[in-house]
Design a binder for this molecule. Sequence first.
Ligand code: CTP
Length: 411
Amino acid sequence: MNIVLGVSGGIAAYKAVMVARLLAEEGHDVHIVPTEDALHFVGKPTWEAISRHPVTTSVHENVAEVRHVALGQQADLVIVAPATANTLAKMATGIADNLLGTTLLATQAPVLVAPAMHTQMWLHPATQANMATLRSRGVQVIGPDKGRLTGADSGPGRMSEPAEIVQRAIELLAAREAHGDLAGVRIVVSAGGTREPIDPVRYIGNRSSGRQGGALAQAAAARGATVTVLAANVEDAVLAEIADLPAVDIEQVGTAADLQEAVQRHADSADVIVMAAAVADYRVESVHDTKLRKEEASGPVLSLELVENPDILRGLVAARRPGQIIVGFAAETASDEDALLELGRSKLARKGVDLLAVNAVGWTQGFESTENTLYVLAAGGELVATASGTKREAADGLLDAIAGLPGRQKL
Ligand code: CTP
């Protein structure tokens, strides 16, 4: 495979030599594109010897080959390791004042970045905002690890180990090779349940574990999609199952308002949005700054004033761009299947989604279980699939229905 390794100017550049070497040993053709700054740390002869290709930093060299776009166009994968705060900022804004910048703009290949910088620089809101932008565009991120940095300090900011970067690169290439039926499709999945604070220690929440949303993320990634999971208080065990998947990015959210902000931010770049999260319909109007105490209450009854949350799903449907698929979930308590589907159909009509996955819940049904049955209703109200089994099997059934929607050339 053809891999471009971008190297920006940080001390971790010396570790990138090992990344290049390991990739070459795996039989890949590695083109190295350092920034000018990177050459202060490791010189051109090293990069040329390791990659067996000429190494340039500027768009003004090898102009006849149109190298500034050719490298990116021909790449199967672009890695930036180390990715400094400056290079990440340039990537986020699309600045292309060197060969690495033009390569990154010209490529259609997956991009993997391995940030490396001092802890304060990593935690700075500017860097974090840039990372959020890059993630929302599907850029894969590995690290940074916590540990010893240059000098005496330590904390998050250390570049991931070369072997881990190479491992992730190989997984990304394998996913690209596998070409599942959702290859290249960008899916946003909300999972879990929102929590609306009452005071600093209490909240109004629900029993959703995030298992079904997690299973959807896993299944979609296995079928080639790039997945962003907006995780609302998802159980740790569920997060652990998806945390290391190269095609899955996780963003944690707390309240309905957080989820709305996050999903709207990701909506533009999503081909499919699946709202599997249980969203609180109401929030406490005025959240107490300090813990509510019994002695401050007016008597044996406590009243909380609740106000309605925005309907996120309806907002997404209203702002939907052509070709975008929006899928809702409905967890309902119903006496039998007919009643369940009836509730589902009326919700479908209210929400205006392309598909609604309806499942039955109750005191002893739905939430903690590893099994599920999803009745999938299409926009006209017809039952197009009954996906049941493990939550992963149910997820695949729903994805089959999504992939089978008529007129979706891209899926
Ligand atoms: N949903 C949403 N925003 C809300 C509430 C729900 O986006 N404020 C989404 C959920 O993620 C789910 C779908 O809408 O995909 C249905 O959620 P549900 O709570 O069943 O719908 P409600 O409109 O709240 O209906 P109900 O009256 O049954 O509570």
